[in-house]
Design a protein around this ligand. Structure first.
Ligand code: ATP
Ligand code: MG
Length: 401
C-alpha cells in the first residue's frame, strides 16, 4: 500500500458510490510502477465537472472547461479530470476543444506515452490498454497509437519524450524517435514557456548524459528560441546543473548577449540569476585568481552560489575551459572566507549617508555612494574595523573629499 494512493482513495470511493468510474492515472501510476517517489496523484473519472462539484464539499474549477477540477482534502488537494478525448489539433498545439466521454479507453488513448497511459483502480489493479507496464519493464518510451500522428498533433510531446528520457534513462522506441525527429520543426509553434518547463526538468534528469546524444540526433534545438542561436554541433549539456546554470554556461561559452535571454520569456528574477552566474563564470575564468579576489567573490555571491559554481566548473572544466586553483577554490576555503567576513551586506556598515553628510558638513550627492563603496571594500579586506569612529578615521585618511 502506498500512502499517496491511500490518502486519495476516498475520492475514488465517493465517485464510485455515486455511480461513476474513477482511476488513478498518469505520472503517479508511472512513478509507482517504476518505484520512484510519487509527486501528485491525478484521478480520471467518468463524472463531469458539475457532478464532481456537487459530490465534494470543496472544489476549485481550475480547468473546468477541459474537465479539470481540484478536490480539496483535509490538508491536500487532488486533481480530478473527466474522461475526455481531444478535439482537433490546429498548428501542432493544444486541441481547440475537448469532448467528455464515458469510456476509460478513450481517455487513456489521448495520452502521450504508454507509460503515462496506465490507469489503476483503488485496489491497485491496472487497466493498461497500451502495454505501458511492459514498456516500463523493457525501459522503452513509446507513443500511444501512431507516433507520427501523435507528435504532429502536439509537438510539446517531443519535448516531453526527451525529458522523460533524461529522467528515466529509457530508450526511445524506434518509430517514436523517428516521428519526433520528423516533426521537430513543429516545435516552432509551441509556446516557449511550455518548452522551458520541459527543459528545466530535462536538464536536471538523472540520465541527462544519454540525452545529449538524443537531443542532438533529434535536432530539437534548431527550433527552440535562444538555443537556435548556438552552433548545433556543440550545444553544451552539463550534468548536475539546473536550468539557470546551464543557460548561463551557454551565454558564457558562446558569448551570447544577455538580451538573447528575452526570447526565453523567463522572469526578470531568473534573468538576474542567470546574469550573475555569467558574471561569476567570467570572473573565475580570469588567470591568477588571488585569495583577495576570492574574498570579493564570496562576499558578492555568497557561500552557496560560490560552492555551487566551483563544483560545476570542476565537473566541466574541459568544456568550460576554466581551470580551478584547488588551493584557493574549494569548499573549505569558501567556508573559511565566509565565516570571517566582517559584514555580509553594505547595510551592515556602521556609517551611512547621514553620518557622512554631518561629519564632513556636505550636502548629499554621488560622493556618498562613492565613499560607501570604498569603505565597503576596505571593511571586507579587513583594512579597517567596522565601527563608526574607525570608518570615519579611515575615510579622512584615505579618501579625498
Ligand atoms: P510529471 O511527473 O513531471 O508531472 P506527468 O506525466 O505527470 O509528469 P503532467 O504534465 O503532470 O505530466 O501530465 C499528467 C498526464 O497527462 C501525463 O502522464 C499524460 O498522461 C497526460 N499528458 C500530459 N501532457 C500531455 C500531452 N502534451 N499530450 C498527451 N498527454 C499528455
Ligand atoms: Mg504530473
Amino acid at each position: 500500500e502506498y500512502q499517496v494512493f491511500e490518502d486519495a482513495k476516498w475520492i475514488i470511493e465517493t465517485l464510485e458510490r455515486n455511480g461513476h468510474q474513477a482511476y488513478f492515472v498518469g505520472g503517479s501510476v508511472r512513478d509507482y510502477l517504476m518505484d520512484k517517489e510519487i509527486s501528485d496523484v491525478d484521478i480520471t473519472t467518468s463524472a463531469v465537472p458539475d457532478e464532481v462539484e456537487q459530490l465534494f464539499v470543496k472544489t476549485l474549477p481550475i480547468g473546468k472547461e477541459h474537465g479539470t477540477m481540484i478536490v480539496m482534502g483535509e490538508n491536500q488537494q487532488f486533481e480530478v479530470t473527466t474522461f475526455r478525448k481531444d478535439g482537433d489539433y490546429v498548428d501542432h498545439r493544444r486541441p481547440t476543444s475537448v469532448q467528455f466521454v464515458t469510456d476509460l479507453y478513450e481517455d487513456v488513448a489521448r495520452r502521450d506515452f504508454t507509460m503515462n497511459a496506465i490507469a489503476m483502480d483503488k485496489s491497485y489493479q491496472l487497466h493498461d490498454y497500451f502495454n505501458g507496464l511492459n514498456d516500463i519493464q523493457s525501459k522503452i518510451i513509446k507513443a500511444v497509437g501512431t507516433p507520427i500522428d501523435r507528435m504532429e498533433e502536439d509537438a510539446l510531446r517531443i519535448m516531453r519524450g526527451v525529458r522523460f528520457q533524461a529522467q528515466t534513462g529509457f530508450a526511445l522506441d524506434h518509430d517514436t524517435k523517428d516521428a519526433m525527429h520528423q516533426t521537430a520543426h513543429s516545435l516552432n509553434a509551441i509556446a516557449i514557456e511550455r518548452i522551458v518547463v520541459e527543459l528545466k526538468k530535462m536538464i536536471q534528469g538523472q540520465y541527462i548524459h544519454d540525452t545529449k546524444t538524443t537531443a542532438h540526433e533529434l535536432e530539437i534545438f534548431k527550433y527552440i528560441p535562444f538555443f537556435k542561436e548556438i552552433n548545433q554541433t556543440s550545444i553544451f549539456m552539463p550534468e548536475h546543473a539546473h536550468f539557470n546554470l546551464w543557460v548561463a554556461a551557454l551565454c558564457y561559452l558562446y558569448e551570447l548577449d544577455l538580451t538573447s535571454l528575452n526570447s526565453l520569456k523567463i522572469s526578470n528574477q531568473e534573468k538576474r540569476d542567470i546574469s550573475s552566474y555569467v558574471q561569476l563564470l567570467i570572473s573565475l575564468s580570469e588567470n591568477n585568481i588571488s585569495k583577495q579576489d576570492m574574498i570579493h567573490l564570496v562576499y558578492t555571491y555568497h557561500r552557496d552560489k560560490m560552492k555551487e559554481i566551483i563544483h560545476f566548473i570542476s565537473e566541466h572544466d574541459a568544456q568550460l575551459n576554466i581551470s580551478i586553483h584547488p588551493t584557493i577554490m574549494n569548499d573549505r576555503v569558501i567556508d573559511e572566507i565566509y565565516d570571517k567576513l566582517p559584514i555580509y551586506d553594505k547595510s551592515e556598515l556602521q556609517i551611512n549617508g547621514q553620518i557622512l553628510m554631518s561629519t564632513f558638513n556636505k550636502k548629499g550627492g554621488p560622493w556618498i555612494k562613492d565613499i560607501l563603496n570604498k569603505v565597503e571594500q576596505a571593511v571586507i579586506n579587513l583594512k579597517v574595523d567596522n565601527t563608526e569612529n574607525d570608518l570615519i578615521e579611515w575615510v579622512r585618511e584615505n579618501v579625498k573629499i
